[in-house]
Design a protein around this ligand. Structure first.
Ligand code: DAH
Length: 346
């Protein structure tokens, strides 16, 4: 009997040590100390033990019960402590880990260029205006002196939204929208996106223009020359050569294309290594913008009297100016959002 209790004790202590959770502890407790537990049954069985042995075995069983209760309690608090330590370890924040870096965004190079262009005109007293990207046929073409089926409409590869609506092919319609609403004197700059069905290294289906115009009682071609020469010398170099070359636009008369001396070969047409200049294709000049005196027909469309007012207008491509200024060879770089490209401008 004594031996049996000893092996029961050894076995119980091993079982308790092996418990890995509160539930397992409870199971072991029931197994030994529950109403039908091994130890409970043995205590009950004392009745059958001869009277003279009863006190000794009884005392032994009672001590065993206390021992098992003790060990169960000890193992339980050990498990709780381990769980707590684990939680502290796993839930703690490692403040030595370096954080992820937030890089501030930058202004897009096209926006930078556009702001720079607009700034020069603001400095000359121009005012900023805007018009809709989806434009009607009347403002994009007709009132700019291009009736339906006019061949000059072919100068722009137009995206049609409907029979009467287009994605504006240029910013010139802003001239019409302003003059319809306001009276001279006007000195306006109109930056914005324009759209053309065209896509290669120097043409993008969406790009940006800055339109400008000035209307008053006595505006002459010399005013246009003065304003644009000053502008080009601000954006490019102080001593940049500027050339006005006769051209045609339906909404100006006379019209001009404005060139600057090539930035690469300095107007020589050949580079230092005696090669024909790749940028100006040997001509020494770079075409920068279109301009002219506002056609009397345009004034009639907006209800101005061409005998009483005169004005000049001009329009330029923002990406083209940025490409020439920074030596960028493919317009698509502006719209591919490659950070290695975009980070070079700030
Ligand atoms: N709208 C023309 C274009 O997109 C550019 C232009 C030329 C605008 C002459 C003007 C101008 O205002 O007078 O090609």
């Amino acid at each position: 009997m004594l031996d049996a209790n000893e092996s029961l004790r050894d076995e119980a202590l091993v079982r308790i040590d092996q418990c890995a959770s509160e539930e397992e502890i409870e199971q072991v407790r029931i197994e030994y100390l529950g109403r039908k537990g091994i130890l409970t049954l043995r205590l009950r069985g004392l009745r059958e033990v001869p009277v003279e042995e009863r006190p000794r075995i009884g005392e032994q069983l009672n001590r065993l019960r206390l021992l098992i209760e003790d060990r169960l309690a000890a193992r339980l608090s050990q498990l709780k402590k381990q769980a707590q330590e684990r939680a502290i370890r796993e839930e703690s924040v490692d403040i030595s880990l370096s954080g992820s870096r937030w890089e501030p965004g930058r202004v897009h190079p096209v926006t930078l260029m556009m702001d720079e262009i607009v700034d020069v005109f603001l400095g000359m007293g121009f005012e900023i205006a805007r018009g809709p990207d989806i434009e009607d046929d009347y403002h994009n073409f007709e009132a700019l002196n291009m009736p339906k089926d006019h061949p000059a409409r072919g100068m722009w590869d137009t995206f049609f939204v409907s029979d009467d609506l287009v994605l504006r092919t240029h910013t010139s319609p802003v001239q019409i929208r302003i003059m319809e609403k306001r009276q001279p004197p006007l000195q306006i700059i109109a930056p914005g996106a324009v759209y053309r069905h065209d896509d290669d290294a120097t043409h993008s289906p969406m790009f940006h223009q800055v339109e400008g115009f000035m209307v008053d009682s006595h505006i002459a071609f010399s005013d246009l020359k003065g304003v644009l020469t000053h502008f080009l010398r601000q954006v490019f170099r102080e001593d940049t050569g500027v050339r006005f070359r006769p051209s045609f636009f339906p909404f100006t008369e006379p019209s001009a294309e404005v060139d600057i001396q090539c930035l690469i070969c300095g107007g020589q047409g050949i580079t230092a290594d005696r090669q024909s200049c790749r940028v100006c294709k040997g001509s020494g000049w770079l075409e920068i913008l279109g301009a002219g005196l506002i056609d009397p027909e345009v004034f009639r469309f907006v209800g101005y009297d061409p005998e009483k007012v005169a004005g000049f207008a001009f329009g330029m491509g923002v990406e083209r100016i940025a490409m020439l200024k920074y030596g960028i060879e493919d317009i698509r770089l502006f719209f591919q959002n490659d950070l290695r490209f975009l980070r070079q401008f700030s």
